[in-house]
Design a protein around this ligand. Structure first.
Ligand SMILES: [Cu+2]
Length: 132
């Protein structure tokens, strides 16, 4: 009984070990499904292990179909891009392609919602305008 259990555990471990050879996405900024009211300056994805610079790409596509990323930067386990502002409110799709240090390519993506707060009537500004 004990032998069978160990054999089963060994099989599971082998499969898990192979899967862990790939890197995986740890955190993103902005977060997946986040609602942002101010356009972020950049998008940064942090993976579980070092990335190779080859084939790295990071795109940010707005609800208007336009892309807002600039150059893709790879640094250790991070991939990032500065944004050239954002366009209209709506869902922005972040798509990435990275090659982990085991040489495997990982492609995926996520979205965040850009919901800028409409410029509310500012009593201070209104007063200033009134006095001009
Ligand atoms: Cu791999």
């Amino acid at each position: 009984m004990t032998v069978v259990t160990l054999a089963t555990a060994g099989t599971v471990f082998a499969a898990g070990g192979a899967a862990e050879a790939h890197t995986s996405l740890n955190t993103t900024d902005p977060g997946a499904a986040a609602v942002v009211t101010v356009a972020p300056q950049q998008v940064t994805l942090t993976f579980a292990s070092t990335l190779l610079p080859e084939d790295a790409s990071l795109t940010v596509t707005g609800p208007d179909g336009l892309q807002y990323q600039t150059e893709t930067v790879v640094s250790d386990a991070q991939i990032s891009t500065q944004l050239k502002g954002l366009g209209p409110a709506g869902i922005y799709t972040v798509a990435y392609s990275v090659r982990s240090d085991d040489g495997h390519l990982l492609r995926d993506g996520y979205g965040f919602l850009y919901a800028p707060v409409a410029p509310a009537s500012n009593p201070v500004a209104a007063r200033g305008a009134f006095h001009q």
